[in-house]
Design a protein around this ligand. Structure first.
Ligand code: HEM
Length: 495
């Protein structure tokens, strides 16, 4: 009895302020909610029943609500889930309002889990801090700098082709293969260190990344994990271990490089240099602290690794299921590279126009990021409607990319949708795998060049196949969008 009383007292004291905030937010938002289009579930609880089930359920629900909104002639729909009010723009025209806002750039609640890893890095900060960070980053992703990273892309893509060569004639889990390649690329470009996880799949950093993202997904998609004592009892040890693994290694590498910077052994102005040296040059000028350097390193590794490997996983899936388009990609690459083993240069990449259209169409049908989240700091107008302060907007590429009014037969794979004349007919916000507007992905050109390099190296040497059809695949919404069927492809060497 006393135990129960103590637990209740603890819960009231611990959760009281949180509960008060949730209730007052809900009471503020409720009158607005009545006027917003979308499903009206029970107050507070809202659409929780529609979202219950496995990780494929949310996307199906979002797409069906988008269709209903389109039939009603609305540009967005709003749902409530356990006191959270979330609005989903369904077309480029409506998305423009949020994407173009320089003020409403606060990230949604689901990003909080990441803070212990990536801290106050560019991905999470707002206001002047974000503007200053963005300004520091812009030159690092300029075309002139990207050429410097190409050597690293070639290096690791070549290793991927060699690793696949050893497995030729067998079925390969392409999701695992690209995960390691993308991790090696980002760690090398960020820190100038080759973890070589492709040849060394037991590398502890690979495991820490895997464990942390797995725990993040568990936390964000399972509401009872938001109750601290439950999380603490079940996962806290595992969480701290993976966090340690992530932070310790990058910190060690950073400290060692910083020692060399101080000894004058590193040229911080070198033409080709890892991102860490750019970060140190900001630190030396007094713009960044050493803690900033560490968080930005972790942020770039987080932002540039899982996203790229998820995209490539889907691209290989399409290659394996669309033999004719795979052949077209191969022919273009072969025309440019011939039967050589040479590295790709900037002009080669630029000439691969079909491959780029192919990747973009993959990213349209299978966008890797399910939603970019914004939490509104003020009441926000969308057309004639007002979304309440404290509510969230989900910028969800799947919804926009499968809008039949913009993309007729949206599930049909057709790279020609990305011919320049067809792009010109669309609202730019109708294609948003990298988000859009001032807070879009700063690494998108880097990512596109990296993916083209990896695909060119592997398609030059192998063909990929599976017995599945492209649309056998389902979407699991985790932190990123994952296929429900393993991307196990038969890798056949080309003659
Ligand atoms: C195909 C691969 C990629 C995809 C799909 C992707 C997607 C995105 C998206 C949707 C955002 C916006 C996130 C938000 O507002 O919450 C973003 C931001 C960002 N991305 Fe990427 N990304 C990719 C690759 C990369 C790479 C390779 C890098 C770095 C080398 C990178 C660095 C960043 C950074 C630093 C931001 C934060 C920008 C800001 O807040 O101003 N991304 N990315």
């Amino acid at each position: 009895m006393i135990g129960a009383l103590l637990i209740t007292l603890f819960a009231v004291l611990y959760y009281g302020p949180w509960l008060k905030k949730v209730i007052s937010t809900f009471l503020y938002q409720y009158p607005y909610l009545q006027k917003l289009p979308g499903p009206k579930g029970p107050p507070f609880i809202g659409s929780i029943a529609d979202l219950a089930g496995d990780t494929t359920v949310p996307l199906k629900f979002w797409l069906s609500e988008a269709e209903k909104a389109r039939e009603r002639g609305d540009g967005f729909f709003t749902i409530t889930v356990l006191g959270r009010t979330i609005s989903f723009p369904i077309n480029g025209e409506t998305l423009k309002y949020i994407c173009e806002s320089n003020e409403e750039i606060l990230k949604g609640k689901d990003y909080e889990f990441l803070r212990a890893w990536i801290g106050d890095c560019i991905l999470l900060v707002i206001g002047k801090e974000w503007r200053d960070r963005r300004k520091s980053y812009t030159p690092l992703f300029h075309f002139s700098q990207l050429d410097g990273y190409l050597e690293t892309f070639n290096k690791h893509a070549r290793v991927m082709a060699e690793v696949l060569h050893d497995k030729a004639g067998t079925i390969v889990d392409m999701s695992e293969a690209v995960k390691r390649t993308a991790l090696d690329v980002i760690c090398d470009t960020a820190m100038g260190i080759n973890f070589d996880t492709q040849r060394n799949p037991t590398h502890p950093y690979l495991h820490s990344v895997h464990d942390f993202t797995h725990l993040q997904q568990r936390h964000n998609t399972t509401p009872h994990m938001w109750i601290t004592p439950i999380w603490y009892l079940l996962y806290d040890r595992e969480y701290k271990r993976s966090l340690h693994g992530l932070n310790d290694l990058t910190k060690k590498i950073m400290d060692e490089r910083f020692r060399r910077v101080q000894n004058g052994e590193v040229d911080l102005e070198a033409k080709k240099r890892p991102l860490i040296d750019h970060f140190f040059s900001y630190q030396q000028k007094g713009d960044w602290t050493l803690e900033d350097v560490h968080y930005e390193l972790n942020g770039v590794i987080f932002g540039g690794h899982d996203t790229t490997s998820a995209t490539l996983t889907w691209v290989y899936w399409v290659l394996g299921t669309q033999a004719e388009f795979q052949q077209q990609c191969f022919e273009e690459i072969n025309d440019i590279m011939g039967p050589t083993d040479r590295d790709l240069d900037h002009d080669d990449l630029k000439s691969m126009v079909f491959l780029e259209r192919f990747i973009k169409e993959c990213m349209r049908i299978f966008p890797p990021i399910p939603a970019v989240e914004r939490e509104l700091m003020n009441d926000f107008k969308i057309g004639d409607h007002v979304l309440p302060k404290g509510s969230e907007i989900f910028i969800a590429p799947h919804i926009v990319h499968h809008n039949p009014e913009v993309y007729p037969e949206p599930w049909k794979f057709d790279p020609d949708r990305f011919l320049p004349e067809n792009i010109a007919k669309r609202n730019p916000y109708d294609f948003i795998p990298f988000s859009a507007g001032p807070r879009n992905c700063i690494g998108q050109k880097f990512a596109m060049q990296e993916m083209k390099t990896i695909l060119s190296w592997t398609l030059r040497k192998f063909s990929f196949s599976t017995k599945h059809d492209m649309l056998d695949q389902g979407f699991a919404i985790e932190v990123i969008c994952k296929p429900t069927i393993n991307v196990d492809l038969l890798v056949t060497p080309r003659k």
